[in-house]
Design a protein around this ligand. Structure first.
Ligand SMILES: [Mg+2]
Length: 333
């Protein structure tokens, strides 16, 4: 019984004692949680899966990092909506005979991310299976009518991203190759892969300012394509403006990671030209915020190309969405 469900849930419950945010009327331990949102606020809800062999690999990824990253995936979606992180629900399929140490370490990482965001773990489910698979359900609160959506970008709006792009994908390459980081830039990329920090503070400052926003989980080329599809617009980005990571000598490789690498968990957003002076200061938030391009009207004639990349030579070339595809991409198996 010591390693059974009840013992595990007791351990999980003991970890939660410190965190009890406003609005959690009833947490872990009953059949359902009871939440009470702030009056006049709406609730954003998102869910995200993480599967062994698909999103992490045992022996390569540390369990604390997996738990942390899972929570940040949900928190990043909340950030993209401009929501304040509030509650997390965590469901897990653990392999039978999984050593409790791996589970506990995973849980500690998840709990650390929740605490950083000021969110509480309010429930979930547990079962066993052949391979590990996890689900995070994240809830956030937003003042009524102020959620950031993907569908509001208009021609003339400027396109921005936070942070540096392609770091997580570079870190993932190092993990897969067993490469030990040799310099601060490599160490930072590995850290960003293992411990991405979702941008919920930035998301909240963009309420009432950004015309559209989303988080960068699958790679800029794919995510910008989705934002443009939702808004019914086209876009042009400038190669020389992109916050590409990595050494200049390998610029082409790192440009590819910036455009198509996933798991950056930065924010992509658009600002109307007349609001540019109201932009938040990236220094206050300790994150670089870079203007990378502009929204164009959708061309209907011929074979419309949605995304364009202006190269450093000033030429416009079509940009195809080549980021992570949940049903196609295989990076770990
Ligand atoms: Mg998202």
């Amino acid at each position: 019984m010591a390693n059974g469900e009840n013992a595990w849930l007791d351990w999980v419950r003991r970890q939660q004692r410190s965190a009890r945010p406003a609005g959690l009327r009833l947490g872990i331990g009953d059949d359902a949680a009871i939440l009470r949102p702030r009056g006049g606020w709406e609730i954003a809800v998102t869910t995200d899966l993480m599967a062994e062999g698909r999103h992490f690999r045992r022996g390569v990824d540390r369990p604390e990092d997996c738990g942390y990253r899972l929570a940040m995936r949900g928190l990043s979606d909340l950030a993209a909506m401009g929501a304040e992180p509030w509650m997390l629900f965590f469901s897990a399929l653990w392999p039978q005979n999984e050593p409790p140490a791996w589970r506990r370490a995973f849980h500690r990482g998840l709990d650390q991310a929740a605490k950083e965001a000021g969110a509480a773990l309010a429930g979930g489910d547990v079962s066993s299976g052949i391979q590990a698979c996890f689900d995070i359900l994240a809830l956030g609160q937003i003042p009524r009518g102020q959620a950031l959506q993907r569908d509001g970008a208009r021609p003339g709006d400027r396109i921005f991203v936070s942070g540096q792009l392609g770091q997580a994908a570079w870190g993932r390459q190092m993990l897969d190759q067993g490469h030990i980081p040799q310099n601060p830039r490599e160490r930072q990329a590995l850290r960003r892969c293992r411990r991405p920090r979702a941008r919920w503070e930035l998301g909240q400052t963009l309420r009432g300012l950004a015309s559209a926003a989303m988080d960068l989980s699958d790679g800029l080329s794919s995510d910008l394509d989705r934002l443009c599809a939702a808004s019914g617009v086209h876009a042009r980005i400038h190669e020389t403006h992109l916050p590409v990571t990595g050494p200049m000598l390998q610029r082409k490789t790192f440009l590819d990671l910036a455009l198509n690498g996933g798991e950056d968990y930065e924010l992509l957003f658009t600002i109307p030209r007349r609001r540019l002076t109201d932009m938040p200061n990236g220094q206050d938030l300790s994150i670089p915020i870079i203007e990378i391009g502009e929204i164009l009207p959708a061309r209907r004639a011929g074979k419309p190309q949605r995304l364009w990349l202006e190269t450093k030579n000033g030429q416009s070339q079509p940009l195809e969405p080549r980021g992570w595809d949940a049903l196609r991409s295989h990076i770990l198996l």
